[in-house]
Design a protein around this ligand. Structure first.
Ligand code: SF4
Ligand code: SF4
Length: 176
């Protein structure tokens, strides 16, 4: 609160409200259990049977940013796709994207989550407004570092015309 008070012009009222996106329980308490359901639905990291666990500093740092998440769910509350449009059935929201990016970019991970990122978690619903990034207290660059790279992976898998033709010729499936 001290930061908020410092940044607020003198005389301006500071209003504290419960989340708008999630069911209100009492006072400032909301039921955020949906977020934990989403977290459980993300396939965990699947490492190789045998690995030497050597990877570059860049690879380690890239995933490390996502581990800063404190699960405050402010990003979920801010995202209009959830807050205004209530797309809980088709979109996982920014926090879920951060979790998936954390696993997807783990240097030893071998799980294939791209079909789920596209379908179950509905990454196409994000229109990159960056509101989630603006409010993240952990300073995670949600949009640029998590969502956009995941979108690129989906586009690369499903919408690359050369790969589409290749799949038509070879009968190769989209899930690797
Ligand atoms: S960038 Fe995407 S996930 Fe973030 S608030 Fe906007 S629509 Fe939601
Ligand atoms: S706002 Fe940041 S810290 Fe909070 S849940 Fe979202 S990603 Fe995690």
């Amino acid at each position: 609160m001290s930061d908020v008070i410092e940044e607020t012009p003198e005389g301006e009222v500071i209003t504290v409200r419960p989340f708008q996106t999630f069911p209100h329980v009492k006072d400032l308490v909301s039921d955020v259990s949906w977020n934990y359901e989403m977290a459980k639905a993300v396939a965990p990291i699947k490492g190789p049977e045998e690995g030497d666990w050597k990877f570059s500093q860049f690879e380690a740092k890239r995933a490390q940013e996502f581990r800063m998440c404190i699960e405050c769910f402010i990003c979920q509350d801010t995202c209009h796709v959830l807050r205004e449009y209530k797309k809980f059935d088709v979109f996982g929201g920014p926090r879920t994207m951060v979790r998936m990016a954390n696993f997807e970019m783990h240097p030893m991970d071998q799980e294939d989550r791209i079909p789920e990122i596209k379908d179950e978690f509905g990454i196409a619903y994000c229109n990159i407004t960056k509101c989630c990034t603006d409010v993240c207290p952990a300073g995670i660059n949600i949009t640029d570092n998590a969502i956009i790279p995941l979108k690129e992976r989906v586009v690369d898998r499903y919408y690359d015309p050369v790969k589409k033709i290749w799949r038509l010729i070879t009968g190769e499936k989209v899930r690797k």
